[in-house]
Ligand binder design. Structure first.
Ligand SMILES: N[C@@H](CCC(=O)N[C@@H](CS)C(=O)NCC(=O)O)C(=O)O
Length: 203
């Protein structure tokens, strides 16, 4: 049996959950929070969530979970099969994660958990996010409704779960609207947010 472990406030957990729902894969949900306890490290070597268990095998890292889901349940496809479009979709996903999600997270503690962020950190985060947003926007297909055009993909789910967190961090720590200069992206995110799997992953 497949089980997804995580907690509902985790955007990565909700992303993995939405993918499994989109795929129609039958899975259980098990509550788990990040920890460096040996029991958790045995499943997820950095002590992070989500992780997936398939029988007695554990898979950490959301991208690995998504890839596994794609392999065991190819339809509906959440990644294009045409090689170039698949590469462009993965390229977009990597930029979302590396240049928006992980950059914004540098100020996560300061935004929501009473941590401190030095002026230097705030400024470098703001500058890197601006670069990241430009990169992401150049990778959007010219027409929607989804980020890469007519076909919904994992990139849309990555974007949804990236942009439910990063703008809040920017607003709290930098008083800046991350999406202000990107109305097309904002519009497509609104269309993606209507996806039933997203509502189901919140449940
Ligand atoms: N690269 C990991 C990141 C997962 C992640 O950062 N999860 C957060 C919860 S949303 C976590 O466990 N944080 C605790 C930590 O980083 O130690 C993935 O793709 O699954």
């Amino acid at each position: 049996m497949i089980a997804l472990h995580g907690f509902s406030r985790s955007n990565y957990y909700r992303l993995a959950r939405a993918v499994l729902i989109e795929k129609g894969i039958d899975f259980d949900i098990v509550k788990a929070v990040p920890s460096s306890e040996p029991e958790l490290l045995a499943h997820s070597p950095m002590g992070r969530v989500p992780f997936l268990t398939v029988g007695d095998v554990s898979i950490s890292e959301t991208w690995a979970i998504i890839d596994y889901a794609e392999q065991i349940q190819p339809e509906p496809a959440l990644l294009p099969t045409e090689p170039l479009e698949r590469a462009k979709t993965i390229e977009l996903i990597r930029h979302l994660e590396l240049n928006i999600e992980l950059v914004a997270r540098r100020c996560l503690a300061a935004a929501f958990f009473g941590g401190n962020a030095s002026d230097e950190l705030v400024e470098s985060t703001r500058a890197d996010l601006k670069r990241g947003m430009k990169a992401v926007s150049t990778l959007l297909a010219p027409t929607g409704p989804f980020l890469r055009g007519k076909t919904f993909s994992t990139a849309d789910l990555y974007a949804h779960y990236t942009f439910i967190l990063a703008p809040g961090i920017c607003e709290k720590v930098m008083q800046f609207d991350l999406l202000a200069d990107y109305p097309i992206l904002r519009e497509r995110l609104a269309a993606i947010a209507e996806r039933p799997s997203i509502a189901a992953a919140e449940a």
